[in-house]
Design a protein around this ligand. Structure first.
Ligand SMILES: *Cc1c(COP(=O)(O)O)cnc(C)c1O
Length: 378
């Protein structure tokens, strides 16, 4: 097996993969309608539930061909009954995307905004649920990837359930990294795609959720043909296959990635991501970079640093210098503040971050950015 050039991706996905996962895509051609392929997907669907410690009788997973946003679209448009309302707990770019999806489908929703650098106020959430008895679906994002803020899903889910609403969480940037227990965390539906925590490739996304609720949604309004959760679930249950062509090679890679996931183990994997995250923060702190999210509110996976007030700072140039040396850094996603992100996803470890900071410091020196970096306001 020839070694493939290793790039360290510090963007929020797709993530750095192992060569064994890369090579797992190279398989003899197969028609995905063969029984052999359906057999592979059965095991895969079960493993995706096991990752969040779900009981296989109560929870299931449904696969889709698309990037992670397809899961958001599917959950929002498929799980809302006629005459009911969605409550979006919104403190960042990804929950704002969910609100936009609601707009596209003309779904009745409340967009409950909170500051992007704060956890949402549970009392306000409760008040809203109390005064809007027609809310049947509460939605939020676990790790707001735009900033790296962690939302208290267990508490939000508990509140949602007390008011009879189901709880849907976008866990795309925590799944298979930060441990999740779907039942204990009061989550009815979570989601992810293969290119993030699982360290495989784009093209395969999946919703993990409560089977009884999916079955109940059979009678909900059908708002999309391709992106309907019940339709895909039902097809899987009857045939073991995806309704339409699956991303064949990505599925082979994901199976290999799952093998490596179990081999590494949930705890050890989370410890590794934490090592990487700590090294990122140490590096940023040492250089004097300010971050948007207070340390105690960070998800442990995304660091968002504020551009220094230095006329020589030019993100593009610093990016290009690092990129040439195999490190990818990523712009922020906050309006009004100029930021960049460094993420702890993927098959990387502390040594990679140490190597990155050597390169990053070279870039700062080359372009004359003073270190520690300066900010005008205190
Ligand atoms: C990556 C991500 C998505 C999906 O983005 P795609 O570009 O569609 O893959 C959705 N939600 C969160 C929180 C994410 O981090």
């Amino acid at each position: 097996m020839e070694k493939i050039k290793r790039n360290i991706l510090l963007n929020p996905g797709p993530s750095t993969t192992t060569d064994t996962v890369k090579y797992a895509q190279i398989v003899p051609d197969i028609c995905p309608r063969e029984k052999e392929f359906a057999g592979l997907m059965k095991g895969l669907r079960e493993d995706l539930v096991r990752i969040v410690h779900g009981d296989l009788d109560k929870y299931t997973s449904v696969l889709f061909c698309g990037s992670g946003t397809i899961n958001m679209d599917i959950c929002l448009n498929s799980l809302l009954d006629e005459g009911k309302k969605i409550l979006i707990i919104n403190n960042g770019a990804y929950s704002s995307r969910a609100a936009e999806i609601c707009d596209y489908y003309n779904l009745d929703y409340i967009n409950m905004s909170f500051p992007i650098d704060e956890q949402p106020n549970l009392e306000k959430i409760e008040e809203t649920l109390k005064s809007n008895q027609d809310i049947s679906l509460v939605y939020t994002t676990h790790n707001e990837t735009g900033t790296g803020l962690l939302n208290p899903i267990r508490e939000i889910g508990e509140t949602a359930h007390r008011y009879g609403a189901i709880f849907v969480v976008d866990t795309t940037s925590t799944y298979a990294m930060r441990p999740i227990d779907i039942e204990k965390d009061n989550v009815d539906f979570c989601m992810a795609s293969a290119q993030k925590g699982l360290m495989a490739f784009t093209g395969l996304s999946f919703v993990v959720g409560n089977r009884a609720i999916i079955e109940k949604s059979k009678d909900f309004p059908r708002r999309s043909y391709y992106c309907n959760l019940y339709r895909q679930y039902d097809y899987f249950e009857r045939t073991g296959e995806m309704n339409f062509t699956p991303p064949v090679q990505t599925i082979y890679a994901t199976l290999k990635a799952l093998e490596e996931y179990w081999e590494e183990g949930e705890e050890a994997k989370w410890a590794r991501h934490t090592r990487v995250f700590d090294a990122i923060n140490e590096g940023l702190d040492e250089l004097g970079f300010k971050q948007v999210i207070a340390p105690e509110l960070r998800s442990g996976l995304v660091s968002t640093a504020i551009y220094p007030d230095d006329e020589n700072w030019d993100f593009e140039k610093i990016h290009d210098y690092c990129y040439e040396k195999g490190f990818t850094i990523y712009p922020g996603k906050i309006s009004g503040t100029n930021t960049f992100r460094l993420c702890a996803l993927g098959a990387i470890d502390k040594e990679d971050i140490d190597a990155f900071f050597i390169t990053f410091k070279e870039a700062l020196a080359k372009y004359g950015v003073s270190v520690p970096v300066k900010y005008n306001t205190k």
